[in-house]
Design a protein. Structure first.
Length: 280
């Protein structure tokens, strides 16, 4: 005859010990070196996160915008990601597009599966091209993301055809607008990214951001205007107000529904200035 019936104190104690052991094992799995962490968790929908994917939704504007022609010199460009898949670069070249930026990475785990076709394809038809990183400041430091980007397509070479890498900073597609960071913490994150990227490549990264987001999430910090070229998204008749610290913009994303790929941009200057940016 058993001495301990189901539900007895000894059986209950055994169950509690088992539960605690399981809980401890699960906890260690997320804290031991080499175990899964927030840095290496899959991103829910990186294929939907492209340059400007949150701007129209949050700030409005006309996605079909075609700004008035200007006598000022400019050069037509595009930006692409896995959202476009395989891109017809010959058609874009024949339409007058002369430069392109290609999404390389996002956060700490995502690499664009179409990067090679897009990055090499634009180069092969004669375009000056560069790579960009979609920032997720809540998952790791700026330095970690700059290194991840530089190691996975975001590098630079003085070949006259490669633009410095760009940091895409916009509304969080997964939660809080400013990724849970205070304004000062966001400024420090950006500085960390920029300093690390320059140490890796020798170039100051381009920053893509909207004036509204920059005001909200950095307090309109003015300290990067003398070093980092500015790329502004705005789907209206002009670039509009710029973030503090920049006296002029370098690039303008003016539409999200242009021919062939959607996102079209203007470089603020003549072609020789675009080449100068590539050459450093």
């Amino acid at each position: 005859m058993p001495t301990h019936r189901p539900g007895s104190p000894r059986r209950s104690l055994t169950a509690v010990v088992g539960f605690l052991a399981t809980f401890l094992a699960m906890t260690l799995a997320f804290t031991l070196p080499g175990a899964a962490s927030a840095d290496d968790q899959p991103i829910p929908h990186p294929e939907k996160d492209w340059m400007g994917s949150t701007i129209l939704e949050r700030e409005g504007g006309n996605p079909d915008n075609q700004p008035p022609s200007s006598r000022a010199a400019s050069v037509e460009g595009v930006d692409v990601s896995s959202h476009q898949g395989s891109v017809n670069w010959s058609s874009l070249w024949n339409s007058g597009v002369r430069w392109a930026y290609v999404k390389a990475t996002e956060g700490m785990t995502y690499e664009n599966p179409d990067f090679a076709q897009q990055y090499n394809g634009s180069y092969n038809v004669g375009m000056i091209r560069g790579a960009y990183h979609f920032a997720l400041p809540n998952v790791s430091s700026g330095a970690q993301q700059a290194n991840y980007f530089a190691s996975n397509g975001g590098g630079w070479s003085r070949d006259g055809k490669t633009l410095p890498g760009a940091l895409d900073l916009e509304y969080n597609p997964y939660g809080a607008t400013c990724y849970g960071l205070s304004q000062s913490a966001m400024v420090n994150w950006v500085r960390d990214f920029f300093n690390t990227y320059k140490a890796r490549t020798g170039r100051d990264a381009v920053i893509y951001t909207s004036t509204s987001w920059w005001k909200t999430c950095t307090g309109n910090y003015a300290g990067f205007g003398n070093t980092n070229p500015l790329w502004v998204p705005r789907y209206g008749s002009s670039v509009g107000e710029l973030p503090a610290g920049w006296g002029f913009h370098t690039m303008w994303q003016y539409t999200s529904s242009g021919p062939i790929v959607g996102d079209h941009n203007r470089f603020n200057g003549a072609y020789d200035r675009l080449k100068a940016l590539a050459n450093g």
